[in-house]
Design a protein around this ligand. Sequence first.
Ligand code: GLU
Length: 283
Amino acid sequence: MTVVTRFAPSPTGHLHLGHAHSALFGRHAAVAARGRFLLRIEDIDPTRCRPAFVDDLMEDLAWLGLTWETPVRRQSEHLADHRAALARLEDGGLVYPCFCTRKEIAAEVARAGHAPHGPDGPLYPGTCRALPASRRQARRAAGDPFALRLDVTRALERTGPLRWYDRARGWQEATPQILGDVVLARKETPTSYHLAVTVDDALQGVTLVTRGEDLFFASHLHRLLQALLDLPVPAWHHHPLLTDERGERLAKRAGAPSLRALRAAGRTPAEVRGLAGFPERAA
Ligand code: GLU
């Protein structure tokens, strides 16, 4: 089977060394297996994404020496695919509208005292899960904003136990319940990161999902969505995040130098590949 990997940046800013590491990691995994490497633009959030960053990131990646297949999939152009997947989950009774504001959720969590926590903080306490159908209809008819959440318990009952394979950590028992009833879409946006990434990886034929360890827990949920939507199941390889000399993560917001800043400072592509954890092999 041909190995297909991808790099899937969100154009919310300029790429930095952490992104370069991830992109090179995916590209090397494809090359090592004589496979294919794709680029996907994850631009479903119009409030945070800018078209100019798309042009810039492609320029940066090309400068770094990367090549990828065309056409490049831009998620914002494929919302119909995500909408169709969402409709299927809704038809299966696995999604419910949640009208809670962030404030209400925080208050409910505080009231509960020992609210269960997941890797990203306290879990949604499930307030709207049991809302009667008439109340849901009334609130929707009134135009109240809402999020569509996955009923993870019901979904797991439907699929039974699931497993997934990570090349670094081996077989994993899927435990998507650690993330709670995640948001899959909102009134105005027919998708979310979780839904779009799962649908698009399947539609693009990705066989090996390479990405940073910060998204390790998300893969539990993606495995569940694949089972619910009858999608093919890839393997995963979550790589450690690149850290600086002090061991701090080169996160997007931590002020890490962008690739273009390094380039402007006179660094060569080979030097930057080295800084990104992919030094040239000695001849
Ligand atoms: N778009 C995500 C990000 O930039 C990565 C998605 C993925 O690799 O699954 O953080």
